[in-house]
Design a protein around this ligand. Structure first.
Ligand SMILES: [Zn+2]
Length: 796
């Protein structure tokens, strides 16, 4: 039965004020709570049996609103403004009522409103402070762009508008290039920053931002990824991929490579076998449209191990009052449905389920459809064949898979800095393993002729896992191309009918143990059907365990790249936050953040070199600042537990369509010509990352630092600068600085190093340490010598 909802105007009885005609009060109910409570007006839903009920209500002259819900034959509901006292009287007269909202709630709403209005007034009076975080010019695939990020300290208000104006280059009039409002970026109810990305005709020299509240700031435009092209060696060879590769092909390729280049490469078999590209065979008696009569059958054995050869048929018996029986011969199950006195089939789904489980339980498990109680009658069927539904040719193994890494390096004994590259956590990201395999080939095939390659292979210990999700990837190639997760089904029988097969599996980039959904972080789910299912527990999946095993076994690994597609991002930790207050995992120090940025520019420069693709500055940075929270991702596990500089690539940057002036996304499985280009450019990026690792390994130079002091009337602001990206540890209480002292963090999302403020005279003692662990002055924080830096800062 459907309820009919009508909205009816009741203007005639909707009076301005709630003048309630006196109702006879039942004695004894008059003297109760305080007068104010009794007088408090509320919005109340009154449940009415019929029209007559409504008419009676109208005759009382109460303040009805213009909302009346009528349910055909089921009574109706009218909303009214009532005082508490009036409501109590109606209740005594037998009306059922529900409070919708109270005056008190409205009061809160008023206060909120007043607060915001006042906030805006205060801020307008004070003028907001505008900070330009970046003003970048870059080219990408033939287009020219201006990117601006700015923050207002009144940015929490939606009404704060930032407007950019820019010139047409050096010595041109301010504003001659153009003007545009910036977009306000908010996430999880927290204001982040304003930003703007626009094509321009010429490179602007200066950008000015003006806030609607009066704040203003000007900044010089700098180049993003605009350095000079690295010169490749004369005999450098590349381009070894000519089609998308399945996990089976990837295994064959790296195995062959390791064999051919056995002096500088080997295969590492990872210890945890995957579930395998396999499924139980299934079928269903009846239809989804009639769930009470449906029975889901699932083989006990895997499909390829016998499940696929099971058949089942439900047949009608001739005769009256016959019992339900089952004949099972080898793999053939025949269900003979019971008949009633008139000879009709009379077995209910629940009875058939019980009977099959009791008598054919060695072959199959029978369950009802999605938890239905199974009270419907089963109808006879054709002969049904159980199937695992898998479409890959028989040459593709159905057995648990041993995942493989190719380890490349002249010295593979843990003595050299390790680099870990892994791709295809998400099965459908077909381009990503190509990036990894191309990189392996370049390192091996250029070793004998190219000096730069030899330098990397001789000095680094490189682990490459082309596919972290081989079962899911095989499924994506042959069965369901959008498969993201692995193939393990953790859903119970209620969510395990064959129609749901594409919803099973665990998101391997949500199954890790740091900042996971189980720790309360956002961006993952405990629902087995969710596309971001974190698994039944942290690290439940062999694929995720294998990655952690590599980090455990090889403490020399200092850099990692988690290769995904598609979006053209370059990101680093933290990768997750809690919804409440958007509290992220601890952010890297300002020095570490600076290291991530400086390494990024080098890596992105290499990517750009291939076909001019620029990873946007707005897509470069800590994961939650540029994308979203991803609870339980693998890069966080590597950074927070192993101190590995762990990046994420999203290969496949949007393509710039200059004719139509717009960006166009490339997708998970672009035409191979495009996939190939992405593999080439991002392989460049991986080589760039190895250059970073090489420099890290060979950086023996200690950083130097300077303390700048800005004095005001009653305090002093400390500002540290360093000769290279380095973390500052400092004290102001006269103690030696150590690794447990305060460290300089970044001051906010997308902002630079914080600037501590001293309220009284103190001696600042500090040291700087770079990414490679070199310490300024060769100071030993845990030692005895006092060769840290020191400066007395006077405050009046
Ligand atoms: Zn992905």
């Amino acid at each position: 039965m459907k309820s009919r909802k009508t909205k009816k105007k009741l203007m005639a009885v909707s009076m301005a004020a709630a003048i309630f005609l006196p109702l006879p009060l039942d004695s004894g109910h008059a003297a109760s709570p305080s007068a104010t409570a009794k007088n408090e007006a509320m919005l109340v839903k009154i449940h009415l049996k019929n029209r007559a009920d409504l008419d009676k209500l109208l005759s009382y002259g109460i303040d009805l609103t213009e909302n009346l819900d009528q349910h055909a034959g089921q009574g109706m509901e009218a909303d009214a403004i009532l005082t508490k006292e009036e409501m109590e009287i109606l209740q005594l007269r037998g009306y059922k009522t529900d409070v919708i909202s109270t005056q008190h709630e409205i009061e809160t709403l008023r206060q909120e409103r007043q607060f915001t209005v006042q906030q805006e007034k205060d801020l307008a009076a004070a003028k907001d402070k505008v900070t330009i975080l970046r003003a970048n010019y870059f080219t990408s695939q033939g287009g020219k762009f201006l990117y601006v990020e700015a923050k207002s300290d009144a940015g929490a208000l939606n009404s704060t508008v930032l407007t950019a104006t820019w010139d047409n280059g050096k010595n041109t009039a301010p504003g001659s290039g153009g003007t545009a409002a910036l977009e306000r970026n908010e996430d999880a109810d927290v204001y982040m920053y304003h930003s703007m990305l626009l094509p321009v005709d010429t490179r602007p020299s200066t950008v000015n931002i003006t806030s609607s509240l009066g704040g203003t700031m000007e900044a010089k435009v700098t180049d993003w990824i605009g350095g000079k092209k690295p010169t490749p060696g004369k005999h450098y060879v590349s381009d070894f991929t000519d089609h998308y590769m399945t996990p089976t092909e990837l295994d064959q390729r790296i195995t062959k490579l390791a064999k051919h280049f056995s002096s500088i490469a080997e295969i590492v078999e990872l210890p945890y076998e995957t579930n395998g590209y396999r499924r139980k065979a299934q079928t269903m008696i009846g239809e989804q449209a009639n769930p009470a009569s449906a029975v889901v059958l699932t083989s006990k054995k895997w499909g390829h191990e016998g499940g696929n050869s099971i058949t089942l048929q439900a047949v009608k018996q001739e005769g009256t009052n016959l019992p339900l029986t089952i004949d099972t011969k080898e793999n053939t199950i025949v269900v003979k449905l019971a008949t009633d006195a008139s000879g009709q089939s009379s077995s209910k789904a629940k009875d058939v389920i019980q009977k099959i489980n009791a008598e054919s339980g060695n072959l199959v498990t029978a369950t009802s459809f999605r938890g239905n109680s199974g009270e419907g009658y089963v109808t006879p069927t054709e002969k049904l064949k159980l199937t695992d539904g898998l479409k890959a040719p028989e040459s593709i193994s159905r057995e648990p898979h041993t995942m493989k890494a190719i380890r490349i390096g002249k010295h593979r004994d843990g003595s050299k800095a390790g680099v870990l590259l892994y791709s295809q956590e998400h099965a459908r990201e077909w381009v990503t393993p190509l990036v990894s395999v191309e990189t392996a080939e370049r390192l091996l095939r250029n070793y004998s002729t190219d000096k730069a390659t030899r330098k990397l292979v001789n000095n680094l210990d490189i682990f490459i896992v082309p596919s972290v999700n081989p079962d899911g990837a095989t499924y994506s190639f042959y069965d369901y191309n959008w498969q993201r997760k692995n193939m393990t089904n953790h859903c119970g029988p209620e969510k395990s009918d064959p129609a749901l097969r594409n919803t099973w599996g665990v998101d391997l980039n949500r199954n890790h143990g740091t900042g996971s959904v189980y720790d309360g972080y956002l961006g993952s789910s405990t629902d087995c059907q969710s596309s971001v299912y974190g698994g039944p527990a942290e690290l439940s999946e062999p694929e995720a365990k294998n990655l952690i095993w590599l980090a455990d076994e090889n403490p020399n690994v200092k850099f990692a790249m988690n290769v995904h597609s598609y979006g053209g991002y370059f990101m680093w930790p933290p990768g997750a936050y809690k919804a409440l207050g958007r509290e992220t995992l601890p952010r890297p120090t300002a020095g570490q953040e600076a290291f991530f940025w400086s390494a990024s520019e080098r890596i992105l420069q290499q990517i750009k070199e291939y076909r001019g693709t620029t990873i946007l500055p707005g897509r470069t940075g800590p994961v939650p600042d540029v994308l979203y929270s991803a609870a339980g991702n693998s890069a966080d596990a590597l950074w927070y537990n192993y101190g590995i500089y762990a990046w994420d690539f999203e290969v496949g940057a949007d393509l710039w369509n200059a004719r139509e002036n717009k960006w166009e996304p490339v997708g998970f499985q672009p035409p191979f010509e495009e996939g190939h280009e992405e593999a080439m450019e991002f392989s460049n990026g991986l080589i760039g990352m190895m250059d970073v690792a090489y420099d890290y390994e060979h950086d023996k130079k200690a950083p130097t630092s300077t303390l700048h002091v800005k004095r005001s009337m009653d305090n002093a602001t400390l500002e540290f600068s360093t000769s290279e990206p380095a973390t500052i540890y400092y004290t102001t209480n006269n103690k030696r600085p150590t690794f447990s002292s305060k460290k300089i963090k970044i001051s906010g999302i997308r902002e630079g190093a914080e600037k501590p403020v001293l309220e009284q005279t103190a001696t600042v003692k500090w040291f700087a340490i770079d990414a490679s662990g070199n310490i300024e002055n060769h100071y030993k924080p845990e030692g005895k010598k006092d060769n840290y830096r020191s400066q007395t800062v006077k405050v009046k």
